[in-house]
Design a protein around this ligand. Structure first.
Ligand SMILES: *[C@@H]1O[C@H](CO)[C@@H](O)[C@H](O)[C@H]1NC(C)=O
Ligand SMILES: *[C@@H]1O[C@H](CO)[C@@H](O)[C@H](O)[C@H]1NC(C)=O
Length: 415
């Protein structure tokens, strides 16, 4: 075994020496965009035990759990993967209550489109394969999956920030306490995106630190982003940063960080089914909480899928606790042709239209310093231009703390 490897290495060295002599432009070739792209794809796409082709064109690679991208992180070299959280916060709301997305007929509810074509074996994690085309759409290979996005700052009184980067939000938020997690049930839509460089997303933000400087953020929800995924499908996504979207962090597992343990749900894969206007409503639940023992931030999708965790060492402020939680929508308005984009947020309809027409977050909760889920206190709302995208919150017995949000973008009152 060892001698065989030595022989192979020796042969490679001879070949490399010959190549170095014969090919004077090899160094240049290695620096070529093509070679860089190839290397980047190799870094992102780990060897698969099995690959599944989803009806939307995605390839889902089932990667052995110990070969996942997280372990490229130098701090994770000796990491013992945690297969379950030490602690799971208890909630106010019993999730066995009617959940439209669960079929209730004893079958596993379908939550991602690729499940139509198979499942990943135990001991592997599903990873959406990054293709050459994905990188070609990015402004730079290195930036793929790291593209700057933003967070609403409800405290900013400076409305000149309004069109900075053209990001618009309609959110609910709480601040002023130490938070150890958050939860929400969000119905899922497929908003129309006018320009490929725009996106529309609905998510929760777990925040610590200072806006624009050293903000720590953990984010999860659904998004439509033609630039990131090459189509208009609604996808489950996560994001993290520990320096206000500058050098650290990325979407999904497009950089080393998040440690996945679940073999059934792929980050960045399409969600299925989607809600229809005046039709069936489908929602997803997301819970993110901090394990009080190890300090890692865990994520659960739906009732049963504990996806994995962001190790505590990725963060500064969030290594302790969060100081603010936001829930809601964000779109990019690139002002095509000098007018407001018609890219939709949520269902593309305003909150006033209510159930089955407008998009909602319900049972929004926070994890408090006793590690219990509780209703958020003093929920505020924020939107830059309520005539384009709006938010309205409420409270009742079934839905707890909830809000409707979203809108159509460009209209007679939104130019
Ligand atoms: C990992 O473990 C090895 C052997 O115990 C040790 O030499 C090395 O320093 C460790 N690396 C890190 C990053 O902790
Ligand atoms: C996405 O939607 C836009 C308009 O809403 C359309 O122009 C574009 O062709 C769609 N892209 C794909 C890949 O279907």
């Amino acid at each position: 075994m060892a001698t065989a490897r030595v022989r192979v290495v020796a042969r490679l060295m001879v070949a490399a020496a010959a190549a170095a002599v014969m090919c004077l432009s090899c160094a240049a070739a290695a620096r070529s965009p093509e070679a860089r792209m190839h290397r980047h794809l190799k870094r992102l796409n780990k060897p698969a035990v099995k690959s599944i082709e989803s009806p939307d064109g995605d390839i889902i690679d089932c990667v052995h759990i110990s070969h996942q991208p997280a372990f490229d992180h130098p701090f994770l070299k000796n990491h013992t993967i945690q297969m379950r959280p030490n602690y799971h916060p208890e909630g106010l709301f019993d999730e066995s209550k009617a959940n439209v997305a669960s079929s209730g007929d004893g079958e596993r509810p379908m939550v991602q489109l690729w499940h139509q074509k198979g499942r990943c074996p135990e001991g592997t994690v599903p990873v959406r394969r990054t293709k050459k085309d994905d990188l070609l759409r990015a402004s730079s290979i290195r930036r793929y999956g790291r593209k700057r996005h933003t967070v609403a700052n409800p405290m900013s009184v400076d409305l000149s920030m309004l069109n900075e980067g053209g990001h618009q939000h309609a959110i609910s938020y709480v601040q002023g306490e130490k938070y150890y997690g958050a939860k929400a049930t969000i119905n899922v839509w497929e908003p129309k995106i006018e320009q490929p460089n725009e996106f529309s997303l609905s998510q929760l933000w777990i925040l610590g630190g200072t806006f624009g400087e050293d903000l720590n953020s953990i984010e999860a929800g659904w998004q439509v982003s033609p630039d990131l995924y090459g189509d208009n499908h609604t996808r489950l996504f996560t994001y993290w940063t520990s320096d206000a979207y500058q050098a650290t962090g990325c979407y999904n597992i497009l950089c080393a960080g998040f440690v996945q343990i679940n073999s059934e749900v792929a980050m960045g894969a399409s969600i299925f089914p989607i809600s229809g206007y005046s039709g069936s409503q489908y929602d997803i639940s997301i819970l993110i909480w901090k394990d009080p023992k190890e300090g890692h931030w865990w994520m659960q999708f739906g009732k049963e899928y504990v996806l994995g965790y962001w190790p505590s060492f990725l963060f500064s402020y969030l290594a302790d606790s969060a100081s603010m939680i936001e829930w809601g929508g964000e779109v990019v308005n690139s002002q095509p042709g000098g007018v407001h984009t018609s890219t939709q947020m949520g269902s593309g309809h305003f909150p006033e239209e209510g159930f089955s027409k407008s998009s909602y977050f319900k049972n929004i909760q926070v994890v408090d310093n006793t590690n219990n889920l509780k209703a958020p206190k003093g929920v505020g709302t924020f939107t830059e231009q309520s005539n384009c995208y709006d938010v309205q919150n409420g409270n009742n017995g079934d839905w707890g703390s909830y809000f409707y949000y979203g809108g159509p973008g460009r209209s007679a009152s939104c130019q």
